[in-house]
Ligand binder design. Structure first.
Ligand code: CA
Length: 317
């Protein structure tokens, strides 16, 4: 009898997209509500962990919670990430076209997806981790700038952050994105992927702002965090064409924290992570500016960022 009821329930869930949540013990923390919205209609609703069928481009995953932190995973191919949600709200739209090409092919075409939104324990928040990691970050419309504007004229800060549009942190922004193409979005530098010796779409996507010397890149945390170490992996397409390598590298970068602290770092020609100790600075953001390109090797003079890690802990974990 039980078996019949279980089968009937499964069929009911599949047919109706009804709430098919898995029971999760949250202790004294609140449940997270998960919805999938297609063409304006809620087609799945549940709490904490839900099973969904195949995504369609434009499907919106919406998660709401009374907690400030969640550990979110939306599909098989994208790693789980801890995000900070000042208003308790997360949204992610299944990308299409070029925006989808910064993800591995097939990421959004699985027949079955498990979406999870787990609470994060204080132990985990107080343990050092990469506070910049967010493969679910995306560019907001208000952040699109004129990529070839006159040097020194572009907004140093994200309009989306200033307008309180950003739901989920960490969030990356850059004042220039080459031709405003997805292969060069700022979010590419915090998605956890660093593939050496190439440029372009996945797996070589990077943040790139072209041949300008006024480039700025910011990671916003949305709250104060304590930073202890930074690791930077620059793009390293050193393939040679007509006697010139494609990429050069930044030999000097100024790191700027929200309390005004500045730290100048020097880097070497490499696609590996280069680490810099920061000695416990409290900040709400990390800005990279005064990016000085090395000009000693014949190259096309492009310099770009594959990945940045910002290691540290919460202050109010
Ligand atoms: Ca990356």
């Amino acid at each position: 009898m039980l078996r019949v009821v279980m089968i009937a329930l499964s069929v009911f869930c599949l047919l109706s997209f009804a709430s098919c949540s898995k029971s999760v013990d949250n202790g004294d923390k609140k449940d997270a509500q998960i919805e999938v919205i297609r063409d304006g209609e809620v087609v799945l609703k549940g709490t904490n962990e839900v099973e969904f069928g195949k995504f369609v481009e434009g499907d919106k995953i919406r998660i709401t919670t009374e907690e400030k932190f969640l550990k979110i995973k939306i599909c098989n191919s994208i790693d789980e990430t801890i995000v900070y949600l000042p208003d308790g709200k997360f949204e992610f739209v299944i990308p299409s076209g070029f925006d989808a090409q910064v993800f591995e092919s097939g990421t959004f075409t699985d027949e079955k997806n498990i979406i999870t939104a787990k609470n994060v324990g204080s132990d985990e928040l107080n343990t050092e981790r990469n506070l910049a990691f967010n493969p679910l970050d995306y560019r907001y419309e208000s952040e699109v700038t004129q990529f070839d504007a006159k040097p020194g004229t572009l907004p140093a800060d994200s309009a989306a952050v200033l307008n309180n549009e950003v739901l989920t942190y960490p969030h990356a922004y850059a004042n220039r994105v080459t031709r405003n193409e997805a292969q060069f979005y700022a979010r590419n530098a915090i998605d956890g992927i660093n593939t050496k010796s190439g440029h372009g779409y996945y797996p070589f996507h990077s943040w790139g702002g072209g041949l300008y010397d006024d480039l700025e890149f910011v990671v916003y945390f949305g709250r104060e965090v304590m930073v202890s170490k930074i690791a930077i992996a620059m793009r390293s397409d050193f393939s040679v064409m007509a006697g010139k390598e494609h990429d050069t590298y930044w030999e000097e970068i100024t790191l700027v924290f929200s309390d005004g602290t500045e730290k100048v770092i020097n880097l070497e020609k490499s696609g590996d992570f280069q680490e810099f100790d920061i000695e416990g600075i409290t900040t709400t953001s990390l800005r990279l500016m005064n990016l000085k390109r090395n000009k000693s090797t014949p190259s096309q003079m492009y310099a770009a960022l594959n990945e940045i890690q910002v290691w540290g802990t919460e202050i109010d974990g």
